[in-house]
Design a binder for this molecule. Structure first.
Ligand SMILES: Cc1cc2nc3c(=O)[nH]c(=O)nc-3n(C[C@H](O)[C@H](O)[C@H](O)COP(=O)(O)OP(=O)(O)OC[C@H]3O[C@@H](n4cnc5c(N)ncnc54)[C@H](O)[C@@H]3O)c2cc1C
Length: 258
């Protein structure tokens, strides 16, 4: 039996189990009846059902800047970052960021050409060019993406594999919408084996914001085991270090009192 004045739990989240992640911290919190926000993988690639993803799997390796959103008006999250197509779904900074906000069963929305007014650019191309639509589009988005998108037209009842000048205004508007407001619903995520962090954890309402001591006197929680999740960019390290620092000050004050 070991007696201690205080115990600090700093066991991190559940991400990357093969380098030692465990649920010890969550179990300890439950044991002392502290509230827990259900942990889930975050900063993680999103995946799609194999069949539904088939038309896009050929784009694996393609990277481009996008605007990505999820949620509704009142809880919308939106990021302007790079997107990466993979064999199973979407990755890259835009997706990792949005994954922390995405709720299972809800859609994500992408603008694959966030820097241009696509409809205006396509309408201009129609008026002034005899080139294939795919070639015109390749001046606005990466050529692999342009090729994949015009090929999809057939399934949607549109013929986009022709000269830009031969495509109707309505059909061009549909193409612009498919690129500028592409909506799709992920099936899931790559899970803890790829997640950079774990969202959720020990509920901050049960911790002191000054010292990270829990409602169970002498028991502290710091770092990722706590329900604090940051964006990409070092914020999770920052939280781990800052919470450790605050906790250390709390422990020092406690020792002085003892
Ligand atoms: C691939 C990857 C990339 C990342 N990149 C970034 C980044 O660029 N910027 C950023 O801010 N954050 C990044 N993170 C997140 C960041 O690493 C964590 O948020 C941070 O390390 C959390 O610190 P922590 O001390 O709370 O937990 P951890 O650093 O996870 O440390 C917890 C330790 O406790 C140990 N442990 C767990 N259970 C037990 C047990 N039962 N007994 C004994 N030991 C146990 C674990 O093995 C681990 O060593 C990344 C994470 C991953 C996985």
């Amino acid at each position: 039996m070991i007696h201690a004045h205080a115990v600090v739990i700093a066991t991190g989240g559940l991400s990357i189990p093969k380098i030692g992640a465990t649920d010890f911290g969550y179990r300890a919190a439950r044991q002392f009846r502290l509230r827990l926000i259900e942990p889930r993988p975050a900063l993680v690639p999103l995946t799609f059902d194999g069949g539904a993803w088939e038309p896009y799997a050929q784009l694996a390796g393609l990277s481009l800047p996008v605007r990505m959103e999820t949620g509704t008006k009142k809880d919308k999250a939106s990021f302007l970052e790079d997107l990466l197509f993979t064999h199973r779904g979407l990755s890259g900074p835009a997706v990792l960021q949005i994954s922390s906000y995405w709720q299972v069963g809800t859609p994500i929305r992408l603008n694959l050409a966030p820097d241009i007014d696509l409809l205006q650019a396509l309408t201009r191309a129609k008026a002034s060019s005899r080139k294939l639509l795919a070639n015109e589009l390749a001046g606005m988005v990466p050529s692999r993406l342009a090729e994949a998108w015009v090929t999809q037209g057939t399934a949607l009842g549109h013929n986009w594999q022709r000269a830009a000048s031969d495509v109707t205004d309505k059909s061009l508007a549909m193409l612009a919408q498919r690129l500028g407001q592409w909506e799709l619903t992920p099936t899931g995520t790559e899970g803890y084996k790829k997640a950079e962090v774990t969202a959720g954890g020990v509920d901050t309402r049960d911790l002191s914001s000054q010292t990270l001591e829990s409602k169970q006197p002498g028991l502290y929680f710091i770092g990722e085991v706590v329900d604090v999740t940051g964006w990409l960019g070092g914020y999770n390290f920052q939280w781990a270090w800052a919470s450790g620092y605050a906790c250390a000050h709390g422990l020092a004050a406690r020792l002085q009192r003892a």
